[in-house]
Design a protein around this ligand. Structure first.
Ligand SMILES: Nc1ncnc2c1ncn2[C@@H]1O[C@H](COP(=O)(O)OP(=O)(O)OP(=O)(O)O)[C@@H](O)[C@H]1O
Ligand SMILES: [Mg+2]
Length: 215
């Protein structure tokens, strides 16, 4: 596993930041020098709460690239989809900054995990979607899903959208938190495992455990 990978989810708040921090920690432990990047952070000023969380889960202090804001090159204050948050802050999103940041990080690290905002169809501008960026940059993608009711539907829809644009589904991270209905949870995991094994035999499947934070 080398290069830049896009981390998306079947929905906002599905656990992308937890999954990104966890995978970065796992890869670092395996000896792959791994860093995370947030594509566009909304709802913050001067920092990225997602990068803060990644570092906490990874158990490392802020890096030089965090201090230089290379890992979160674009931040808007209003907690909304990037297209709206940028409009509210009277900004035009400098998309090239995202690519340039990833390029710098990829020069210094083996693996860059680039966390998106929300899911695949989240607008970056009124006529440019997150998935358009992933396709343009040809980024292998990791999809975060869960065991809650509705996840099978959202997962298969996301995978169809990736397929339509020729984007590689590198992996699926199944977030085991929060525990909801155990029967549905177990079936969702086994359904997705079987689906992937049949249709996407090269796609990895990881289980994300509950990650307690000492807060
Ligand atoms: N594996 C986990 N262990 C513990 N808590 C979790 C886990 N996954 C998700 N959570 C909880 O769910 C919330 C949402 O997770 P997270 O912030 O990772 O979502 P997200 O998909 O990155 O959201 P956003 O779209 O805002 O970036 C967290 O604040 C945390 O409380
Ligand atoms: Mg997040």
């Amino acid at each position: 596993m080398k290069g830049t990978f896009f981390i998306t989810g079947i929905d906002t708040n599905i656990g992308k930041s937890y999954a990104t921090g966890w995978l970065a920690r796992e890869l670092n432990q395996k000896g792959l020098k791994t860093i995370t990047q947030k594509m566009i952070q909304t709802g913050n000023t001067g920092h990225s709460e997602d990068i803060d969380l990644h570092r906490e889960i990874m158990g490392i202090p802020f890096t030089e690239e965090d201090r230089e804001q290379i890992t979160f090159p674009i931040v808007y204050s209003y907690p909304a989809s990037p297209h709206l948050a940028a409009e509210i802050d009277h900004q035009t999103i400098p998309i090239g900054k995202i690519t340039e940041s990833s390029r710098i990080l990829a020069e210094r690290y083996d693996v860059v995990l680039l966390e998106g905002a929300g899911g695949l169809m989240v607008p970056i501008t009124r006529d440019y979607l997150t998935i358009d960026y992933i396709a343009e940059q040809k980024l292998p993608t990791i999809l975060v899903t869960s065991g809650r009711l509705g996840s099978i539907n959202h997962t298969l829809l996301s995978i169809e959208a990736l397929d339509k644009r020729g984007i590689t589904l590198y992996g699926v991270i199944y977030n085991s938190f929060p525990k909801s209905d155990e029967t549905i949870d177990k079936d969702t995991e086994s359904y997705l495992r079987t689906f992937l094994k049949k249709q996407y035999p090269d796609t990895r499947f990881w289980i994300l455990p509950e990650i307690p934070l000492s807060r």
